[in-house]
Design a protein around this ligand. Structure first.
Ligand code: M6P
Ligand code: ZN
Length: 191
């Protein structure tokens, strides 16, 4: 560290859409063909262009993933859309170091944070600009866009948390968020 130096942080945040600017920033986009398997209605998935962007994530990892004691920061943007009557959503994950927690907060748009514990009980919290969500350890988390504009959500998580996608890929969540009569409803599919 340079003693007495005054400088800007290398990364800044646009407070309107939470886009990140600066270095180092990583960008990930998830297109339908890569995540089609998360959706219930596979016939409906085939009728949507495979290159359709479902969501994208910008992240700032100030320290390498896996470093104990560090923090990571991200902005997830989930586009508006549905596969059948299921809303566009993220893959969702447990943390690899599964006791690690995370904060999410709503920035723009409207959606749901779907949360599932290890007993496979699933509930959801409404996401809207200003909503703040504490995701405890051992809780799988997934975002769904239930509105007609982009859903933008900020996130901060321990840099050693890691992503366990496997458990969700194999067993899924125990409930699906579907649009029924114009409203989001959690439908039980506990195995
Ligand atoms: C948030 C954070 C990231 C996560 C991203 C997308 O920004 O939780 O760690 O990667 O959402 O979610 P997923 O990894 O489930 O696709
Ligand atoms: Zn997480």
């Amino acid at each position: 560290m340079k003693h007495l130096k005054i400088q800007r942080s290398p990364v800044e945040l646009d407070l309107k859409d939470f886009s990140l600017k600066g270095e180092p920033i990583t960008y990930q986009h998830r297109i339908l063909k890569d995540i089609a398997s998360v959706f219930l209605d596979q016939e409906a998935a085939k009728s949507i262009p495979p290159e359709t962007i479902v969501y994208h994530v910008q992240s700032w990892l100030p320290v390498d993933e896996g470093t104990p004691g560090g923090l990571s920061f991200g902005t997830s943007t989930i586009l508006s859309g549905q596969v059948g009557n299921e809303y566009f959503m993220t893959k969702g994950h447990f943390h690899s170091l599964s006791d690690r927690a995370e904060f999410y907060w709503g920035v723009q748009g409207k959606g749901m944070l779907i949360l599932m514990d290890r007993e496979r009980n699933t509930r959801a919290e409404e996401v809207y600009p200003g909503s703040l969500h504490y995701i405890g350890g051992e809780i799988a988390h997934r975002l769904a866009n239930t509105g007609s504009e982009n859903l933008v959500v900020g996130a901060c998580w321990p840099s050693d948390a890691g992503h366990d996608y496997e458990e969700i890929a194999v067993n899924g969540f125990s409930a699906r968020l579907l649009e029924i009569d114009g409203n989001p409803v959690l439908i039980d599919c506990k195995k």
